[in-house]
Design a protein around this ligand. Structure first.
Ligand SMILES: Nc1ncnc2c1ncn2[C@@H]1O[C@H](COP(=O)(O)OP(=O)(O)OP(=O)(O)O)[C@@H](O)[C@H]1O
Ligand code: SF4
Ligand SMILES: [Mg+2]
Length: 312
């Protein structure tokens, strides 16, 4: 369904002196129909940049994104818009998609209005059905975003994303601004919607428990790269960074493993991206590390074949 190959993104900033920041290095991923893929990793590792490239909000510096075999990267806008309803982004911050000056009914209806093929009556019936699907009543329709709770507003964002009957939802920290009980409610609701509609999900999160609960497969990102990928990553972590993430989540918070070096490999060092923090490093780690298949798991660490032997 969705396939991304070798995606790379570089931000450029600064007026007098141009500063380049590579946020995503050569990331590839595949999402199958009905599958949920979770992407986890600490703040600044490139998750949102990757999400924006998947939904074509950012054009990669190199690499390609395919949907149902069609190459989206580089496609002209007229052709691309036919696909854009099929892939929808649910951002962390509802303000990114919901206009504070509009009633939430208008925000949910907007994608249907823009696509220009529905009558007023059809749009109205669709909007009613979308409100019902996310558990909001007709009474909510005429409210403005500031008149809703955080959880209700996130449900508006989901209703809007569902309007054009997408096949894939990319949820970028879609619940992280909500309190824990509301987070659980939204995750359960997304799972139900997924089942009912047969959707695929890319679920980006800091919450390792949520990632484990919701996903069929997990991708662990560090410093712009995928360092580990598999379907039982949290039960049998093979990469030292995945183990550090799990320890941090268990004993404190994810922030504990945030490094001052995250995302910065531009000082000429071409070895393992986790070299500076890794407690298991040796001189052999100064060589570039490729993702290698270790008993069905993809791991970017030459030592992982020994780690799997220890576990078995
Ligand atoms: N517009 C920008 N200009 C320059 N650098 C940027 C820009 N947006 C993001 N970055 C940098 O790119 C890197 C990746 O950012 P990104 O937002 O993708 O991370 P993230 O994993 O989504 O983090 P978080 O979990 O905090 O949302 C970070 O180092 C960030 O500072
Ligand atoms: S390659 Fe070396 S530095 Fe990198 S994660 Fe593996 S052991 Fe650590
Ligand atoms: Mg982000």
């Amino acid at each position: 369904m969705l396939k991304a190959e070798n995606l790379r993104y570089v931000y450029t900033s600064g007026l007098i002196k141009t500063i380049k920041k590579t946020a995503v290095y050569g990331v590839g991923l595949e999402v199958c129909p009905g599958e949920t893929v979770a992407i986890v990793g600490e703040s600044g590792c490139g998750k949102s940049t990757l999400a924006k490239m998947l939904v074509q909000q950012l054009a990669p510096v190199s690499g390609e994104v395919f949907f149902d075999g069609a190459k989206l990267t580089g496609m002209n806008w007229n052709n691309l818009r036919k696909f854009m309803g099929k892939i929808q982004l649910i951002p962390q911050n509802p303000d990114d998609v919901v206009d504070p000056r509009w009633t939430v009914e208008r925000s949910v209806a907007e994608p249907l209005v823009i696509c220009g093929v529905f009558s007023k009556e059809e749009i109205s019936a669709n909007v009613d059905a979308l409100f019902a699907e996310v558990g909001l009543s007709a009474e909510h329709k005429t409210r403005y975003p500031h008149e809703l709770s955080g959880g209700e507003l996130q449900r508006i964002v989901i209703a809007r994303a569902l309007a054009l009957e997408p096949e894939l939802l990319v949820c970028d920290e879609a619940t992280s601004m909500l309190d824990v009980s509301v987070q659980a409610f939204i995750v359960t609701m997304l799972k139900e919607i997924q089942k009912r509609r047969g959707l695929s999900l890319v679920f980006i999160t800091h919450d390792l428990e949520a990632a484990k609960a919701i996903s069929d497969r997990v991708l662990v990102m560090y410093a712009g790269e995928i360092v580990e990928e598999g379907n039982d990553v949290f039960d049998r972590p093979l990469h030292p960074y995945t183990r550090a993430l799990l320890d941090a989540a268990r004993y404190m918070s994810l922030e504990v493993v945030v490094s001052e070096e995250v995302g910065e490999l531009s000082d000429g060092f071409s070895g393992c991206s986790y070299y500076r923090l890794c407690r298991e490093k040796t001189d052999a780690c100064k060589k570039p590390q490729k993702l290698r298949d270790v008993s069905g798991r993809l791991v970017r660490c030459w030592k992982s074949k020994y780690a799997v032997q220890k576990l078995s």
